[in-house]
Design a protein around this ligand. Structure first.
Ligand SMILES: C[S@@+](CC[C@H](N)C(=O)[O-])C[C@H]1O[C@@H](n2cnc3c(N)ncnc32)[C@H](O)[C@@H]1O
Length: 265
C-alpha cells in the first residue's frame, strides 16, 4: 500500500533511523492500525500472496521457488487447489515430514524438486513454467541479480515475487543495506522481533557463513527491487505492501538487453 501524502511529508522531515524505530514500536503499530496507509500494515499480510496465486495459477503450470522452510509446500498446494495444470515446488531443502504428510492427506500430485534455483541444471530439469512464485528468498541471496536472472529464465508468463524490503529512504531512491557487514549496534535497527519475527541470521545474530542462504543479506527498498527486476527483464504490473518491511511485485517477463536472457516464450 503506498504511503499517504501526509506520511510522505512526515517521512521527508523525520530522520530515517527514528522512522524505522517508529515502524517497529507499539506506538507505531497502533498508529498503523488506526491510520491505514500511514506506516504500512503493522501485521504481515499474506492476502496479496494468496490472491495472486488464485488469480494466476488456474490452468497454468506453477513453480513455488523456496517452497519449504516454515510453510512445508503450502503455496504449492494452494496453486494445485486453485487448478494449476502442474503444481511444482523447488527448494534447497528436501520435503519436510509435514509436507510429505500433506501430500498423503490430499492425495496431491504436486511435484517437489530439491535443488538451487540458480543452478543451470536445475533450471533445465524444470524448464519454462507459466507462473513462478518466489516468496521470502530474494533477501536471503548474496547476489539478488543472479537469483532474478534465474527466475527470469524459468518464467513463461508471470512472476510473483514477495520479499522483505526496507522502507524507502527519503531523497535516496534505489537505496539498499548490506546487513552482514554491520556491527552489533547498527544491526539492532533492523531487528524485527517487535513485529513478531523470529531469529534473523546476520541481523539478530552476527553473519554466519556456514548458514549460507539462511543469512539475511540485502535490505532493499521497493524502488531498488523494482530497478533490479526491470534490468533482469521483468515489467512490474502490480505491487502490494505486505507490511512496513515487505513487498510483493507481480511482473511480466520482457526481453532485456542482458545477453544471457532469451526472449519470453
Ligand atoms: C524464508 S524461507 C521462505 C518460505 C516461504 N516461501 C515463505 O514465503 O514463507 C526461504 C526458503 O527458500 C529456500 N531457498 C533459499 N535460497 C534458495 C535457492 N537459491 N534455491 C532454492 N531454494 C532456496 C530456503 O531453503 C527456504 O526454504
Amino acid at each position: 500500500m503506498p504511503r499517504s501524502g501526509l506520511a510522505h511529508r512526515v517521512a521527508s522531515v523525520v530522520p530515517y533511523p527514528p522512522q524505522i524505530r517508529l515502524f517497529k514500536s507499539q506506538f507505531g503499530q497502533r498508529l498503523a492500525r488506526r491510520r491505514p496507509g500511514w506506516l504500512g500494515s503493522p501485521d504481515f499480510d499474506v492476502t496479496p500472496m494468496v490472491s495472486a496465486i488464485q488469480a494466476h495459477a488456474p490452468g497454468r503450470s506453477f513453480l513455488d521457488v523456496g517452497c519449504m522452510w516454515g510453510v512445508h509446500g503450502r503455496y504449492t498446494f494452494l496453486a494445485e487447489e486453485a487448478g494449476s495444470s502442474r503444481a511444482m515446488g523447488l527448494d534447497v531443502m528436501g520435503p519436510t515430514p509435514e509436507c510429505l504428510a500433506e501430500i498423503e492427506r490430499r492425495g496431491s500430485t504436486a511435484e517437489f524438486f530439491t535443488g538451487d534455483v540458480t543452478d543451470a541444471d536445475v533450471q533445465d530439469k524444470i524448464g519454462l513454467v507459466d507462473v513462478v512464485f518466489c516468496s521470502g528468498v530474494l533477501y536471503h541471496h548474496p547476489s539478488p541479480w543472479d537469483l532474478l536472472l534465474s527466475l527470469r529464465r524459468m518464467t513463461g508468463s508471470v512472476l510473483v515475487l514477495g520479499t522483505q524490503t526496507i522502507p524507502e529512504v527519503p531523497g535516496l531512491p534505489g537505496a539498499a543495506v548490506y546487513w552482514p557487514s554491520l556491527d552489533d549496534e547498527q544491526r539492532r535497527l533492523w531487528q524485527l522481533q517487535p513485529l513478531g519475527a523470529g531469529q534473523q541470521l546476520a541481523i539478530s545474530t552476527p553473519y554466519q557463513a556456514e548458514s549460507g542462504y539462511g543469512n539475511w543479506f540485502w535490505g532493499m527498498s521497493p524502488s531498488c527491487v523494482r530497478g533490479l527486476l526491470h534490468n533482469a527483464g521483468f515489467e512490474v504490473i502490480e505491487e502490494a505492501a505486505l507490511y512496513a518491511f515487505g513487498h510483493q511485485f507481480t511482473c511480466r517477463p520482457f526481453t532485456p538487453a542482458w545477453p544471457e536472457v532469451d526472449e519470453p516464450h
